[in-house]
Write a protein that binds this ligand. Structure first.
Ligand SMILES: Cc1cc2nc3c(=O)[nH]c(=O)nc-3n(C[C@H](O)[C@H](O)[C@H](O)COP(=O)(O)OP(=O)(O)OC[C@H]3O[C@@H](n4cnc5c(N)ncnc54)[C@H](O)[C@@H]3O)c2cc1C
Length: 417
């Protein structure tokens, strides 16, 4: 492919921005179209963890039982709103089929390759390209309230060590306050993954977008893709809210909205929106130094330089755009179990995002099987921020016909045909 070719990327979330970066660096003329504002959807208010320790997918043995149990608890972080959607039930059925040890470990191997690659790419972006995003190498602390929680998480940790070589430092409850003074003194223990990092997502998107714009990438916001017109085995024009747009190649990075394109791209794209919430506030006076996860309540805590965020929940409720007060309250009260000063009165933002969830826990990255010049970069589940740079690099390599730097076949859209 000629490096002067043009590419249109549909979707200006962190994945679309990363694709724009690597395609532009590879010499292509790049336009990003975004129906809202740049990175205003799921890439905006997430927890900001860049976490190579997250290799184990959601599809673990026992996940279905745990999910069914949690449906009976009104305050459970996981929720499915029953609705007549054959796509959702098919998705759930396929998800349940993946919840076995073998597929879980296989998915973990592929995720690890991508997570490790992304970490290397982020280091390069931060150190050599000076991207401004409050990058902090403070690790990630998994804190458990009960002895049972410690034992359960310990099994996870053993698996991570044996199968993936990712070892945590285990910290006993009595030593926790010294390690992280923001924690209460009555907690059972913790596991610390020092290879993980965190950043401020909105800052990353803003500075990355601004840098690319300065260098020559074109961003068109408020421009919705309405129709994909094809000619034979190729996309030849996009009908958008701003009129017709043409390019030599097209990358669809539409996050949770991707499944809507399946029919037009002649390829199933089984992505369901998995809604999560966050609340960002003024930093407490005893602010955590480490980002943390509380697996028993499924809440994440991220200390940014100027603010502080609690995030959690996974709701399969379609594209419901409300932020129920009780969900935000729940975030705050869950944190009370762990932190000395769990929240502050200075709320800066209450937010939700629709994660692009696939039933096999793997992203969908690669050429669309029946269309030679169309590519997908979506389905990043709970890890889109962590996986974005590797995704962008893979898309640029596949589109250019170069050998991918990691095995791209597990992520291929053709696995759903
Ligand atoms: C509470 C919460 C916490 C999270 N924490 C983390 C974390 O700590 N670390 C991590 O790695 N991940 C985390 N995630 C997941 C991460 O946020 C997502 O995986 C990631 O943002 C997905 O990025 P994306 O670019 O694919 O999607 P999006 O950011 O949703 O971008 C897709 C874009 O496509 C646009 N679009 C859609 N349809 C069209 C159309 N027809 N025309 C034009 N534009 C269109 C949308 O407007 C949107 O801006 C979290 C998610 C949530 C909800």
């Amino acid at each position: 492919m000629a490096r002067t070719d043009s590419v249109i990327i549909v979707g200006g979330g962190v994945v679309g921005i990363a694709c724009a970066h690597y395609l532009f660096r590879a010499g292509y003329r790049v336009t990003v179209i975004e129906k809202g504002r740049l990175a205003g959807a799921c890439s905006h208010g997430n927890c900001g963890f860049v976490c190579p320790s997250h290799v184990l997918p959601l599809t673990e043995p026992g996940a279905v039982r745990a999910a069914l149990k949690s449906l009976l608890k009104p305050n459970a972080p996981f929720r499915v709103r029953p609705r007549l959607s054959p796509a959702l039930w098919h998705w759930m059925w396929q998800f349940a089929r993946c919840c076995r040890r073998e597929p879980m470990l296989r998915a973990g191997v592929h995720l690890k390759a991508m997570l490790d690659s992304s970490m290397r790419e982020y280091r390069h972006l931060v150190d050599d390209e000076n991207l401004h995003c409050e990058w902090q190498e403070e690790g990630l602390l998994y804190v458990l309230r009960t002895e049972k929680g410690v034992q359960d998480f310990g099994r996870n940790d053993d698996l991570l060590t044996k199968e993936f070589g990712i070892a945590a430092r285990s910290i006993e409850g009595k030593d926790l306050s010294e390690f992280e003074p923001a924690l209460r003194s009555d907690l059972a223990g913790a596991f610390f993954y020092e290879g993980d990092t965190h950043l401020r997502p909105d800052l990353l998107n803003r500075s990355w977008g601004a840098r690319l714009r300065e260098e020559g990438v074109r961003f068109v916001t408020g421009c919705e893709l309405q129709q994909v017109r094809k000619e034979g085995q190729r996309v030849f024009v996009l009908q958008t809210a701003g009129g017709e747009m043409r390019a030599d190649h097209y990358v669809f990075a539409m996050g949770a909205w991707s499944s809507k394109l399946g029919r037009e791209l002649r390829c199933p794209i089984p992505v369901e929106p998995g809604k999560g919430y966050s609340v960002t506030m003024r930093r407490p006076s005893i602010c955590p130094t480490h980002p943390m996860l509380f697996p028993e309540h499924k809440v994440g805590v991220t200390p940014f330089k100027g603010e502080y965020r609690l995030g959690s929940m996974m709701e399969f409720a379609g594209f419901d755009a409300t932020i129920p007060e009780k969900r935000i309250r729940q975030l705050r009260t869950s944190a009370e179990v762990y932190l000395l000063e769990p929240h502050t009165s200075g709320t800066r933002e209450e937010w939700f995002g629709w994660r692009p969830m696939t039933w096999d826990s793997l992203p969908i990255v690669g050429r669309v099987p029946r269309l030679g010049n169309a590519f997908l970069a979506t389905g990043h589940n709970m890890l889109g921020l962590s996986l974005a740079p590797a995704t962008g690099r893979l898309v640029a390599e596949i589109l250019s016909g170069e050998a991918p730097h990691i095995d791209a076949s597990p992520f291929s859209p053709s696995r759903f045909l």
